[in-house]
Design a protein around this ligand. Structure first.
Ligand SMILES: NC(=O)c1ccc[n+]([C@@H]2O[C@H](COP(=O)([O-])OP(=O)(O)OC[C@H]3O[C@@H](n4cnc5c(N)ncnc54)[C@H](OP(=O)(O)O)[C@@H]3O)[C@@H](O)[C@H]2O)c1
Length: 256
């Protein structure tokens, strides 16, 4: 297998950290961008961390230049950054999710390695097309905007051989969320298991596998597409969801 250079934006925590580690274990060169190292960021010799705030336009330019001069031309960019704030900070969400993604793609368009496969993968969410009562409007708009950005760049970068796709998970059981589900909210975890057609919550590795597929030769004619990684969750009608929820309380409600 040919070693490739991946840039993982938002790869210090959560889903991005797992993707970066999976790629590094495959022997690829991985440049990770985030603001701070988590205590459990593994020391893998294939990973280089670049600590920077994506909210700062000049730092974005400086970081991308440093990455290219240290690790060379890029084969794949994976966007996993997640704006986190306690309130609905519209400007912050738009800047980190949309503006930073567009800016970094623009900065890197001419820095792809033309001897390798080339692609961009954006982690979106099922919330790009559904409404989640627990998430602010800015998150919904950012994800819907990312989905359209993927289609736009897929068309505009097609002739350069750069494929652009997205992966949309539903709620993911990240390492950081395990305590919440296993010790404090076991009933919720069990309900997810009963409602999701594949019978369990998704893991960061499920998302990572889809990302790796979209960066492989096996997806060489796929561009501008969104793959839902949700165990079939978003396929259910409102009635089926309601019946499955009710069946969590009384199993006879599942049958009609
Ligand atoms: N978790 C889920 O259940 C779920 C479900 C559907 C979709 N998603 C999507 O999956 C992606 C990853 O989610 P996650 O839950 O894994 O997120 P997360 O654990 O909060 O990680 C977010 C990453 O973004 C980085 N980041 C955030 N703000 C930044 C900034 N200003 N500058 C630089 N880096 C920044 C963080 O690094 P630092 O903290 O070090 O800055 C971290 O590496 C997101 O696009 C999210 O919308 C997640």
């Amino acid at each position: 297998m040919k070693k490739k250079h991946y840039i993982v934006i938002g790869g210090t925590k959560g889903i991005g950290r797992v993707i970066a580690n999976d790629l590094a274990h495959e022997g690829h060169i991985v440049s990770v961008v985030g603001r701070k190292l988590a205590p459990d960021n593994k020391k893998n010799k294939n990973i280089t961390h670049w600590l920077t705030d994506l909210a700062d336009t000049n730092k974005r330019i400086e970081t991308i230049n440093q990455i290219l001069s240290r690790n060379g031309k890029v084969s794949h960019i994976i966007f996993c950054q997640q704006f986190r704030n306690t309130h609905d900070d519209w400007a912050g969400q738009i800047e980190i999710s949309l503006t930073a993604t567009k800016h970094i793609i623009d900065l890197l368009t001419d820095a792809f390695d033309y001897t390798n496969d080339r692609s961009i993968v954006v982690i979106s969410s099922v919330i790009g097309s559904l409404v989640a009562t627990g998430q602010p409007l800015s998150y919904h708009i950012a994800k819907a905007g990312l989905n359209q950005m993927v289609r736009y760049f897929a068309v505009h970068l097609g002739l350069k051989g750069i494929r652009v796709n997205s992966v949309s998970p539903a709620t993911v059981l990240k390492d950081e969320a395990k305590e919440f589900y296993y010790t404090k909210n076991k009933a919720l975890l069990d309900l997810f298991g009963q409602i999701i057609p594949l019978g369990r919550m998704g893991s960061p590795h499920d998302v990572s596998d889809a990302v790796q597929f979209l960066c492989s030769k096996q997806s060489s004619y796929i561009t501008g597409q969104d793959i839902k990684v949700d165990g079939g969750y978003s396929l259910l009608t409102q009635e089926s969801l309601t019946r499955r929820l009710a069946a969590g309380v009384n199993p006879t409600h599942e049958k009609k």
